[in-house]
Design a protein around this ligand. Sequence first.
Ligand code: CUA
Length: 324
Amino acid sequence: MTLSLGSILDALLLWPLPPQGAEQSEAVDPLYLFIYWLTFIVFWGVIFVMAYFCWRYRRRPGVGPEKSPNHHTALEVTWSVIPLLFVIVIFWWGYRGFLDLAVAPPNAYKIEVTAWQWGWKFRYPNGAETLFNQDGLHVPPGEPVQLVMTSNDVLHSFYVRDFRVKQDVVPGRYTTLWFNAIPGLYKGFCTEYCGTAHSNMNFEVTVHESRAAFDEWLAGRPTGEMDGETVYKSFCQACHTTTADRGVGPGFGGLFGKQETVTRGPTGPEETVTVDEAYLKESILVPEARVVKGFPNAMIGQDFGSRLKPVEIDNVIEFIKKQK
Ligand code: CUA
């Protein structure tokens, strides 16, 4: 930075403020600085006048005290009206800014935020999730992003200093906040004292270079719920093919709707079943219940009921149905 008069003036005017990381900063900062410098001038003005009067009216030999006036209408009107005008301007300015900050544009990109003692979780529209201490919050640049926030326990508060946005996060209700960020890396905080590890509730906010870069990052994140193909690849593929060929277990190709001969338990009688959703679900959750004749009961003890969410079991059943 070269030292020109302009840059010195800029630095002096902005020195109380952190860098601007969002469009909102440009709305908040002028009002903040206006109040800041107004207060600065009034404070030093009062101090100066007080010091001057102390000196001007000091006790001197041979000079008696003047009689104090007890009423001066013009003076009293002046010191009431001028501050009132300033208060009206500050209120109008602040209220307008508050409305802009409170109401997100309807097309805003929505991210769900959950706070707890002591952490944050961020959930994106595709179901992907990130945590405060792993990856933090990621957002696209140059477009409105709205956070829909709630708490699992006590009061927390979401604060990104460089965006100039802050909002309480309240158990049992949703609060929102929005911003339009500039690419960069920022720091977020919990700014409501919420217990022992309150100070650990920090997170990084990554504002990507472009929407495309953000989308690419998001596509690479595992989603909160696995789709059927992912469940298949993670849990089934080792033993089941997607064709009619047998692996360790029956192939999934053409399986749905087929008649199978099964045994009930290891030594039970044989019976014929039609492979439908109920049979597939039973075979996932209680694999030893009815095993297709001629196959080992290799899935026993896998406990997919606790390893997969119910919706993921439904997803993989839908996946199996589609294999021809
Ligand atoms: Cu959460 Cu402080």
